[in-house]
Every structure is written in C-alpha cells, then in structure tokens.
Design a protein around this ligand. Structure first.
Ligand code: SF4
Length: 442
C-alpha cells in the first residue's frame, strides 16, 4: 500500500532545510505528499520551540485535524526534543515523536506504526553524521540552495532554546559538504548558502592535513575557499554568525573570494553591556563595534545586518538608549528586530524583572525608526546602479517579481515571462526603506 503524508514546518531556515529533507526521504521511500492534512495517512508537524506556548498551539492545531484517514500523527524537531515523553501526555493522538537529528529514520518508524508492529515511537537520539549523510540527494534543486555545514550551539545565550533542542555544536566533515555542494551545482544550484546556528565557529573534519599544520579540522574560511573552487557557483553566503567568532582570516576571505558576497549577518541583540552580560553574549558593545570597524578596514565593500531583542528582562531606558547609540555607529543595511518573549526553560525566562509589553512596543517602534533611517540611506545609494538579482518569487501585482540583491534587500521588477529562480541584470530606479524598484536589462 502507498501512504500519503502531509507536513507542516514551523520556524527558522534550518527547519525549512530539515522539512525539505524529510519530504525527500519520504518520497524516495515510496510515500507521496498531499497538501491537505485531511487527505493524508500521515500528518507531520516539524516544530519550533522558540516562542512561548508552542506546545499549547500544537495541541489545538492537532485537535482541529479530524479525519478517519489519519493513521500517524508525528511531532518532530525542537518541540519534540524539548517535551520528551511528555508530548504523548500533552497530545495523546501523537504516536511518533522524533528529534531534529533523527528524521532520516522516519521510513523505518512509519513502517513499524503503519504495520501495527508498534503503537508509539519516540526517538530523540543524536545521529547527526548519519542524518546529514542520508539526506544529500534532493528531488528539487532551487537556484539558491541552503547547505547545512553545522548544527547546534555551545554559546548558551540566556534567552535561546537552541543549545537545548539542537544540542551542542556539530560540524559536518568538509568532504561531505563539498560533495553535497558539487551535487547541487551539477543539478542547477547557482547560489550556495552555508547555514547553521553558529557557522563561524565551524570546525569540520579536514579532508587532508595541511603541510606544516597538524590540525585535523578546517575552519570556515578554509571551507569557503574550497567551495569557491567548485565550478559553476555564482554566489556564496554564510549565516548565522556569532560576533566573538569573527576572525581576521574570515574577514580577509571576503577579499580573496570574489563570489563570497560582501554582506554578513552579525547579530548583536543589544547595545548595553549590562544586558549583553545578562544575555551571556560574551562580548561588549565596544568589542562588537570594533569588530565591525576592523571588518570595514579589511574589506571596504562589506555591509552588515543584525538582530535585536528589545525589552530583555530588566532592560532600562538607559540600556535601550545604549542600543540606539550602537545602531547609530554600526550603520546596518538591513536588520531584524523582536520584542523579547519568554522561551521555555531558558535562564532568561526565570529572570524576575520581565518588562511590560507596552514598554517593549514603544521601544521597538523607536528602534525600527532608527534602523530604517540607515536602511533607506543605503537603499537610495543603489539608485542608478546595475545589479545582478536572483528572482525568488512572484510579487502581489500582475507581472511583478521579487528578487534579492547581494545585500539581501528585496528588489521589485516587472516581467512578462516567469523569471523565478533566475539571475537577472537589473537597473535600480527607485527605493524606499523596505525595498528597491528596478528595470530588467536582460
Ligand atoms: S549564539 Fe545564537 S543559537 Fe547560540 S545560544 Fe546564542 S542566540 Fe542561540
């Protein structure tokens, strides 16, 4: 019998990557995908635990899916990892729970459940190497392809669940990554995004020991150079990075490797040393700003984006003003900003001085205003320039398409033909704080 599956993925880019790999594994093993949970034999929720009440929300979503056809309800990813056995008590209809490192075993587990051999399965093991090696082949290749080079994090920022759900840092061996990139490029990928929770602390098994060095691992800058030598890659990016792990060598790679974009995401979260300490970020605001300056000195074309959390427990007006001062000095091309929200079982969740939501709202509005000031400045500087744009999706209006430039800024253009997943040469004609508008030149 051929069984159908439905999958819903929540959360970050890494979860999207995992979700696509789960689809690949199941389809390659004879299952077929449907887009409506009510028509599926197997319903899979691949979850994110970053927000408060993720399990509550999952409980009500599962409760709403009523179909006699469903034989397996699976919860995978970070909620499964965090809840452990408890997931079966919280949501009794769930009969399969799997962590972020075990999804390559799904065909085996589904066979056991569908054949009635087992009634319930939970696997939260740490099979990272096995998982990555079992999922190199993909059915659909996009022009921009994400390749996980590491997973997990050792930093234990006090607001973050990643070290508890994705586990400690694991770096894939260099040779496995290179083989995956070669395979993607041979099958149509042109932009490669090297991904992970903390990619600039990458330390994967070296393919060979360099003469004069007895290091058995390579750092990210060595990996980037090896990947850049593969024919056919037009653009290379990496994300996400931790400020403390940026080395001079990594900054220099941006000059040495022309296909590596001059754009880096370096999250800072706050400009207050007191808050950075409470967050366990392991650097001060000045150390961070000095790193940006050094980066600009080494690579004048480089531009930065960042993440910010406003209203972290005990954040005062003075702390928040330090964040505004940092923004003024850092000059970001693009930024992502969030109100602090409690992430279950993290040290920050237990901090007593939680900030009132109204104060968070008001600070967030002021932060956005400061960030957009720089964003519109940089966007206006693009007007009149010709850029290579990777078109990623359809716009809201007829014949409208949206792409990304090297700075990950959205570029809006019109075209009579479908240009999704293509690189196009575009003249930038106008800009606002959120995007730029261009005209196709080829
Ligand atoms: S460095 Fe990033 S992934 Fe790691 S604990 Fe901090 S916020 Fe989470």
């Amino acid at each position: 019998m051929i069984y159908s599956f439905y999958i819903k993925v929540y959360g970050c880019q890494m979860n999207d990557y995992d979700g696509k790999r789960i689809e690949d594994i199941l389809i390659l093993n004879g299952f077929f995908k449907v887009n409506d949970p009510l028509t599926a034999d197997i319903v899979i929720f691949y979850t994110c635990n970053i927000r408060e009440k993720a399990v509550h929300k999952l409980e009500s979503t599962v409760g709403m899916i009523k179909s006699p056809k469903i034989k397996v309800i699976a919860v995978g990813g970070c909620v499964a990892q965090a809840e452990k056995d408890n997931i079966f008590k919280r949501i009794p209809r769930v009969n399969l729970s799997f962590g972020p490192s075990t999804y390559h075993k799904l065909p085996e587990y589904l066979d056991d459940l569908l054949s009635g051999k087992k009634k319930r399965i939970i696997d939260l093991s740490n099979y990272k190497l096995e998982k990555f090696n079992s999922t190199n082949k993909r059915r659909e290749i996009t022009t921009s392809s994400y390749v996980a080079i590491q997973e997990g994090c050792d930093n234990f920022c006090t607001y973050c669940v990643v070290p508890y759900t994705r586990g400690r840092e694991y770096s894939r061996p260099v040779i496995d990554i290179i083989n995956e990139v070669k395979w993607l490029v041979n099958n149509g990928a042109k932009e490669i995004v090297l991904g992970g929770q903390n990619v600039n602390s990458y330390h994967g098994e070296a393919p060979y020991i360099t003469i004069g060095s007895n290091r058995k691992t390579w750092r990210i800058e060595e990996l980037i150079k090896a990947i850049a030598a593969i024919d056919g890659i037009k653009r290379l990016r990496y994300l996400t990075s931790h400020p403390k792990d940026f080395t001079v060598e990594l900054m220099q790679v941006h000059n040495a490797v022309p296909i590596l974009v001059p754009f880096v995401h370096i999250p800072v979260q706050s400009g207050s040393d007191r808050i950075l300490k409470l967050m366990n970020r392991n650097h001060t605001a000045r150390e961070y700003l000095d790193k940006l300056k050094l980066f600009r000195d080494i690579c004048p074309a480089i531009q930065f984006s960042s993440d910010f959390i406003v209203g972290f427990p005990s954040e005062t007006e003075e702390d928040f003003n330090d964040t505004l001062k940092l923004v003024e000095e850092a000059k970001y091309t693009l930024s992502f900003y969030f109100k602090y929200s409690i992430r279950p079982n993290t040290p920050a969740a237990r901090m007593l001085e939680q900030i009132d939501d109204k104060i968070k709202e008001e600070r967030l509005a002021r932060l956005i205003k400061a960030l957009l000031k720089d964003q519109i400045y940089y966007n206006n500087k693009l007007v009149g320039k010709i850029q290579e744009i990777l078109i990623t999706k359809k716009g809201k209006k007829e014949n409208q398409y949206i792409g990304k430039n090297i700075y990950m800024q959205s570029v809006i253009i019109n075209s009579d033909e479908n240009i999704i997943d293509k690189f196009k040469t575009v003249l930038i004609e106008s800009a606002n704080e959120n995007c730029v508008f261009g005209k196709l030149l080829d």
